[in-house]
Write a protein that binds this ligand. Structure first.
Ligand SMILES: Cc1cc2nc3c(=O)[nH]c(=O)nc-3n(C[C@H](O)[C@H](O)[C@H](O)COP(=O)(O)OP(=O)(O)OC[C@H]3O[C@@H](n4cnc5c(N)ncnc54)[C@H](O)[C@@H]3O)c2cc1C
Length: 425
């Protein structure tokens, strides 16, 4: 078993990715070369601004080349809770933005001709307990009534074999929008699109300090490759946000997510496990997300701990056991890859666009970032350029806590709490 991401092993960074050296000055410097940063760069460069994306690793070196590739509407915070918290008007706007994020991703793939094996076959939430299925039945009615959203379908336990070759679930809720994509193909396609629009992609360039002269004017960014001046800065660092701007680091914390893939499966077995080839996830706080890869492997993701530093052999063992519990047919099938990446989570489980000391940021997708990150990147870019004057993700208050100053010491406590919720819910 290789302890590297399957996706970049399958589709490595193209040797001819159009990267640049560090310019002296740009209108907007973007820190972080994932979906958020590249989407913002594409939008800004198309609008005529000079833009540099500074990435400390290679392009896509964070979560954006290693994730599960599941595209779906919705936010980490359940939409009914968002309704209660922010009120119906804002709740509806946030939901519609999450739907728009999926549509926007699909539009960018077409506009830029990005071939990333996007399936568009939708997804299914799988009920771990009968009570979860009853909740789904109530939710689908609520979504139709309050959100006028009808792109969903209940699947009772008796019909679940039409969706998944497993006997462990008590029913499911099909989400017809979205589907699966190849994350590495998407990120490199997006990078080429941003570069074509004129953005400079600068790899292996860590932003180490940001300074603004007392008299105002351009920011000065200090990197390991030299200095750069920029009129505006966007931090698109999500789960990899460091102490660059401590007041921004306090607003997001990293959580590890882990994945494995099997060897390629026989076509009949693929058909049995996932007859409709949807992306799938289970209804728990410590959920599992799984799907067939474009080349017919089963990929399984999840965690039973929030730490970003678990041992990859041990996490693979746990994920394999979960996979066998769901799909006993896969016993004996080899796991070929085990890897991890970092999610960025906020205390209110919402993604945010914000500004601290004149520096913009966009992050906090909590495992729902494949579509949302590109959308928030675009929204942040349009706020910076003045093309739009507001975004719901910039309007909602960004909750912080005095006890988090950059070291997420509370993760083991939070993990115990969520395990308890999973046991009693
Ligand atoms: C294992 C895993 C599975 C996931 N599965 C799904 C899924 O199926 N569906 C879904 O919707 N979401 C999923 N996600 C979440 C999704 O991948 C992320 O929300 C999304 O990729 C975030 O993109 P981003 O550009 O904001 O951040 P990232 O892609 O993480 O990029 C941030 C970048 O900032 C760079 N950086 C940080 N500090 C500096 C600095 N000082 N100087 C220069 N560069 C810096 C980092 O190196 C990194 O490349 C998953 C995440 C993981 C880890």
């Amino acid at each position: 078993m290789k302890t590297i991401p399957f996706w970049t092993d399958d589709f490595p960074r193209p040797v001819n990715l159009p990267v640049s050296s560090l310019p002296e000055r740009v209108d907007i410097a973007i820190v972080g070369g994932g979906y958020t940063g590249l989407s913002a760069a594409r939008t800004l460069a198309k609008g005529g601004a000079t833009v540099a994306v500074l990435e400390q690793r290679e392009i896509g070196g964070g979560a954006s080349s290693v994730n599960g590739g599941q595209v779906a509407p919705g936010l980490k915070l359940n939409i009914q809770r968002a309704f209660k918290k922010y009120g119906p008007e804002m709740g509806r706007e946030l939901w519609q933005a999450s739907v728009a994020a999926v549509r926007y991703l699909e539009q960018v793939l077409v506009e830029e001709g990005i071939d990333c094996d996007y399936s568009g076959r939708g997804g299914i939430a799988l009920a771990c307990k009968p009570a979860h299925y009853r909740h789904m039945a109530a939710e689908i009615e609520w979504m139709a009534r309050e959100l006028d959203f009808h792109e969903m379908e209940l699947v009772p336990a008796e019909g679940i074999r039409e969706e998944i070759g497993s006997a462990v679930f008590s029913g499911g809720l099909v989400e017809k929008m979205g589907g699966g994509l190849h994350p590495a193909k998407y990120i490199y396609g997006l990078a080429c699109a941003a570069a074509r629009a004129g953005a400079k992609l600068v790899e292996h360039t860590e932003v180490q300090a940001i300074h603004r002269p007392a008299q105002g004017g351009d920011f000065e960014l200090t990197t390991n490759k030299g200095r750069l001046r920029a009129a505006e800065i966007l931090l698109a660092t999500n789960g990899y946000t460091g102490p660059l701007i401590p007041e921004i680091q306090r607003r997001v914390f990293p959580v590890g997510s882990y994945m494995i893939t099997t060897e390629p499966l026989a076509p009949e077995l693929q058909q049995e496990l996932s007859p409709k080839n949807r992306v799938m996830y289970s209804t728990k706080w410590f959920l599992n997300y799984f799907r067939l890869t474009p080349d017919g492997r089963m990929s399984m993701g999840g965690r039973n701990n929030l730490s970003p530093d678990l041992d990859l052999t041990e996490s693979a063992h746990n994920l394999y056991e979960t996979m066998i519990h769901i799909f006993p047919q896969l016993r004996g099938c080899a796991a070929t890859h085990s890897w991890t990446g970092r999610l960025g989570i906020t205390f209110d489980l919402m993604p945010h666009i914000g500004r601290v000391g004149g520096i913009y940021y966009a992050f906090g997708y909590g495992g729902h970032g494949v579509a949302l990150s590109g959308y928030l990147g675009k929204e942040a870019a349009e706020l910076i350029s003045g093309r739009i004057s507001r975004s719901p993700f910039a309007d909602i208050p960004h909750q912080t806590h005095f006890f988090y100053q950059g070291t997420p010491w509370f993760l083991p406590l939070a993990a115990a709490y969520y395990r308890f919720l999973d046991a009693v819910s």
